[in-house]
Design a protein. Sequence first.
Length: 246
Amino acid sequence: MKNISLGLVILPLLIISCTTDTIDNADTGVSKVSDKKSEKGARLIQTLSPENPENVYDYVGKLHNDLLETYLAGNYQYSTISQISEQIETISTANSDLTLLNLERGVPVNLEEIQEIVNNPEAKLDEVIANSSMTTAAKISLSSFMNAALLWENEEYGVIYQSIISYESAVMTNTEFSVEDKRIILTTSSIARYSLYYDKKPPYDEDWGTSVGNRVGGVSGAIDNSLTAISRSLIIRIMISNLVAD
């Protein structure tokens, strides 16, 4: 499950011997370079879009971000899965895009499963994928994609975006995958693509940083339907951010 086919290239660290003064100077230089890269990344993402019209489930990721924006704008102080779930459902019901798309109703919230994902997302990911109805090839593919996503936290969004749409293109043209395989994978990748975009765009709030849990929630929900994928991802994202903030 740890065979990462889409992992980004990690440059090896160069180990050098130097004096204390050299180290201090190097640290200052690295800091300046890091600041410049952050500024460049912030400017770059303002010109990027997370959209991929080729993915027929692109709307799922867009709705995910729209509902997240609405929730945050409300400045709610909910702290339990049940409270957050109820508010997400209220926001979803009032969202005209969801009505127009005539999405299936979300599956009732499984509080125990969501808590398990919050507690140990990576272990739950393996379980969710293994117990899904996907073919073996699709399970391996989705697992590799999700594991690759673990390496993206410090990457610029442009690199992340290219990796995801390349993966989506490969999934769409894969003749071994069933229609259901593609639905689950492309729904998951859409949420990952949009949520990572949200994490990277300024103003950046570290409490809303990249969360493995919310992407696992997306997988778990996608196995049922699009609306469940959106709501479960959001609930877990909010719960984990609350824990980080505390």
